[in-house]
Write a protein that binds this ligand. Sequence first.
Ligand code: ADP
Ligand code: MG
Length: 449
Amino acid sequence: MVQELLDYKSIWKRVYVQLEEVFGKATYKSWLLHLTFKEVVGSRLVLVVPTRFIRDWIINNYAQQILKLCQSYSSSILAIDVVVDNKIKNLDDSVNSKKDIKKSNYKNFNSAPLDPRFTFNNFVVGKPNELAYAASRRVADADKVTFNPLFLYGGVGLGKTHLMHSIAWHIKDKHPDRHVIYLSAEKFMYQFIRALRYRDTVTFKEKFRSVDVLMIDDVQFISGKDSTQEEFFHTFNALVDQNRQVIVSADKSPSDLEGLEERMRSRLGWGLVADIHPTTYELRLGILQAKVEKLDLGVPINVLEFLAHKITSNVRELEGALNRIVAHATLVGRNITVESTQEVLKDLLRANDRQVTIEEIQKKVAEHYNIRFADMHSTRRTRTVARPRQIAMFLSKKLTPQSLPEIGRKFGGKDHTTIIHAVKKIESLYISDKSVTEDIDLLQRMLQS
Ligand code: ADP
Ligand code: MG
């Protein structure tokens, strides 16, 4: 046994010195450098590495070839095992401790810059965002991880990024030693692909997995069944397993995210899922007032009310509109009035005028066919009720940007297939049935006027 062990050990020494030549310098440095001999178990050669990630990668990519190299010295070696040794890990850590990594070479793994305006202080809370706000505050304040991940979702320009930055600022403020990374999903992908290109995935993994709080914004961009998604999934799991806070945002709920693997989707929904609804008039007015007050812009209240009434799309556009009228007034040196606002924002107001909501469609269609509004949400199948409801579904698909599941929900929790069926049905009736054509054209004109 001792004899055999010595044999295997010296075989390993010979194999080890060839690794750099066989696999190339980059692979050797990234993955194989730390491989060391541990023991022999039966006819298996057991090697050790410092971390799980290196182990997995070696097993998946190089173990077969390493085995062949060993077998060229002794055919009695039947397998190679790669195990993680914590002692080595500790050794490794003391050389390259978390603090050192933080200080020295985070260069490519830095958090994206945080917008100094995006703080909790500057966030106006209203009905549509109160849940998302409360959840964000809780996560930012918590000393223990409670919801993991926090999943924030909502349409464009409704404050997802603002909330994420607020959490980051808050944590950095309270715990300067905590390592917080905020990245857009695109940046995350970019960095991963870069690491692949430079064969530096070990550093990528280790660095991401050493963060205390990881925030990935707009994960809908991590779609498609590729290695990035896989990597995101592993990073995500590793962090959640280690009880590190993960915060994710997207434009849809986890279950509605397309192009994501099922296991990923379900895993994203494990923590707390908080949605941000489209803004209400009150919230829009509140946001405008807060901004005007803070920057001392001197915009009359009736102008703010006008804007809050007219610009309903999202907060980003609302802010843009305010900036434009303020800039215009400064340039031409005239007071801001509702009339001047109408003039300056002509194009924007027209675009916002066309925004129709599902509720408006349901109301108009119910009125037109003289049925109850409640029937839009019911499951009654009587033709007199079912047909108008299908028309309302069709118009919702056509005139609003809502997704099929979202439309289904607004019609009393119907499945998206019901909506597809309705849309197809009405499309064909629109062609074949003149009265349907006329009704729909009329309704559409009324809704868009
Ligand atoms: P999202 O990431 O959801 O697309 P952002 O967080 O970028 O949206 O928000 C768009 C703009 O609207 C930002 O300038 C943000 O500060 C502002 N905003 C959104 N919601 C609020 C709010 N509740 N209070 C104050 N500002 C808001
Ligand atoms: Mg955003």
